[in-house]
Design a protein around this ligand. Structure first.
Ligand SMILES: [Zn+2]
Length: 261
């Protein structure tokens, strides 16, 4: 009798009940235990953007602008900019050449960019550049071999401005920007803006992001204006920062070594 209700009608009733249950649940969540202490807020993790500038090529406005623009990256659907999403504070500074000891000790939240000459009479050699990468802990073997090949060809090609080495499943990473090649490509464009765009492009590579079909991750980073990261690059940057923040260096190093035998 009353039990023989059509299935469709019962379905409607179930949905309504389910909605009511959820509404009650939310009410309880917001009013339960009003005297509870708020959870302690975890301090943000510092992310260091280190601009190694042995020849004074970096305009003074660039470090602060780089940190601000990366921290402010915001993907559709995120409830906060990148800095809030991963609870990090981005800070950037320029400095002179690193020592080998400093390169050995680069930590998981250090993003080191070398801004050097590639083709002028003051050029660094590939041997030097290769040594910096190895000192940072990057492995030139296994799957890592391909990244060294890409780096060497970018270094030797005067039409290429630089490269960024990804950490894969570890944390070692570094980027190299040839400031003479950058100046040549930028021609009369503002050099600070062009440099920022290249640094943002290489930062994404240091987070494991690939090239895209639009925006700042085009294979040749646009040097003018403020092109955005494509959606895939933003997701990659977010995931890789979250991975590093949540992980311990010895475990990351071991995973990287296992992956590049
Ligand atoms: Zn690239």
């Amino acid at each position: 009798m009353a039990k023989e209700r059509p299935t469709a009608e019962k379905g409607v009733e179930d949905r309504v009940l389910a909605y009511g249950d959820r509404a009650v649940g939310q009410g309880q969540a917001t009013t339960a235990n009003p005297t509870a202490q708020p959870q302690p807020v975890k301090p943000p993790t510092p992310v260091d953007l280190i601009l190694v500038d042995p020849r004074g090529a970096v305009p003074s406005s660039v470090p602060a602008a780089l940190a601000a623009e990366i921290g402010a990256v915001r993907r559709n659907g995120w409830t906060a900019p990148l800095s809030g999403m991963v609870n990090a504070v981005f800070q950037a500074r320029k400095r002179g050449m690193t020592s080998q000891q400093e390169r050995f000790q680069a930590g998981k939240m250090d993003y080191t960019f070398y801004l050097v000459e590639g083709h002028s009479s003051a050029a660094s050699s590939w041997k030097e550049v290769n040594d910096w990468l190895l000192d940072h802990g990057l492995i030139d073997a296994g799957r890592g071999r391909a990244y060294f090949e890409i780096a060497k060809s970018a270094w030797e090609d005067s039409s290429k401005i630089g490269f960024g080495m990804p950490p894969q499943q570890g944390f070692a990473k570094a980027a190299v920007v040839k400031v003479d090649a950058l100046r040549k490509s930028a021609k009369s464009l503002p050099i600070d803006r062009a440099m920022l765009n290249v640094l943002k492009h290489e930062f994404a590579h240091m987070c494991g992001a690939d090239h895209g079909s639009a925006g700042i991750m085009l294979p040749q980073a646009p040097l003018a204006g403020t092109p955005a990261y494509d959606d895939k690059a933003m997701q990659r940057i977010f995931l890789d920062l979250a991975r590093l923040i949540a992980s311990q260096e010895p475990q990351l190093k071991a995973a990287y070594e296992r992956g590049n035998l």
